[in-house]
Design a protein around this ligand. Structure first.
Ligand SMILES: C[S@@+](CC[C@H](N)C(=O)[O-])C[C@H]1O[C@@H](n2cnc3c(N)ncnc32)[C@H](O)[C@@H]1O
Length: 224
């Protein structure tokens, strides 16, 4: 139990399943999109010595994928549920065992909405804290999909940095909020099969513009 309710890690067939207050969050059988969140985003980044910020540890698949990229110098995870950190540390999630022990991993226990502004700027920010804006596990997370919080994510990025948000559903509102903040935003639609059901998961990926800041810099040079 946490102050947000009952967090359960249970075995179902060959997979581990994470539920919060009875609501399905994720399992270890379908992790392609959690891994793509990292892989697709890092694939768009052309730099070394990367600082990556991950909102939501979950079962650790996004973090494992981030750590597999040798250009990553630091992978910082912000996780709200102490039990999840504890389960990983006790080796209860064998698929991603060791992700918290990697020397590049840093952990902040807390709500990303509260922690974000205290962190060093990052090159890549990956947000997967909930099922997406229209199917929330934690009602308080609804603000994390709105322009004002996404603007804070943009502020947390270095110029040219990249942000990506995971969602279980298409969300025109989220796409619009990302475009409002970042200018452009790509929506990747990924087909997934859940048991008998065909559906799609969605990644919203955007880059913080450098041009505006450079323009400001050139302006200031001209005025010297
Ligand atoms: C869907 S899981 C993340 C899955 C992860 N991408 C993976 O590969 O396993 C969401 C995680 O975010 C955490 N979380 C939820 N709300 C949060 C918040 N506001 N700040 C930080 N972590 C949060 C949950 O406890 C959960 O561990």
């Amino acid at each position: 139990m946490s102050e947000r309710g009952e967090l359960v890690l249970q075995r179902r067939d060959d997979a581990l399943e994470l539920r919060v207050n009875g609501v399905f969050v994720m399992d270890t059988a379908h992790t392609e999109t959690e891994r793509l969140l990292a892989g697709e985003t890092l694939g768009r980044v052309d730099r070394d010595g990367l600082r990556v910020l991950i909102g939501g540890l979950g079962l650790g698949f996004t973090l494992r994928e981030v750590l597999a990229d040798q250009r990553v110098a630091e992978a910082r995870v912000v996780e709200i549920e102490p039990d999840l950190l504890d389960w990983h540390r006790r080796g209860l999630v064998p698929d991603t065992e060791g992700v918290l022990d990697d020397p590049r991993t840093r952990v902040n226990l807390g709500d990303i909405a509260e922690v974000l502004d205290t962190l060093e700027p990052c090159d890549v920010l990956l947000l997967d804290v909930d099922n997406g804006p229209d199917f929330l596990v934690y009602e308080d997370n609804s603000a994390l999909y709105e322009a004002s919080f996404l603007g804070r994510c943009a502020d947390a990025l270095v110029p040219g940095g990249t942000a990506a948000v995971w969602s279980a559903d298409a969300s025109p509102q989220l796409l619009a909020a990302m475009r409002e903040v970042f200018g452009e935003c790509a929506e990747l639609v990924i087909p997934v099969t859940l048991g008998q059901r065909e559906t799609t998961y969605h990644l919203f990926v955007a880059r913080k513009q450098v041009e505006l800041e450079q323009a400001g810099f050139e302006d200031s040079l001209q005025h010297q």
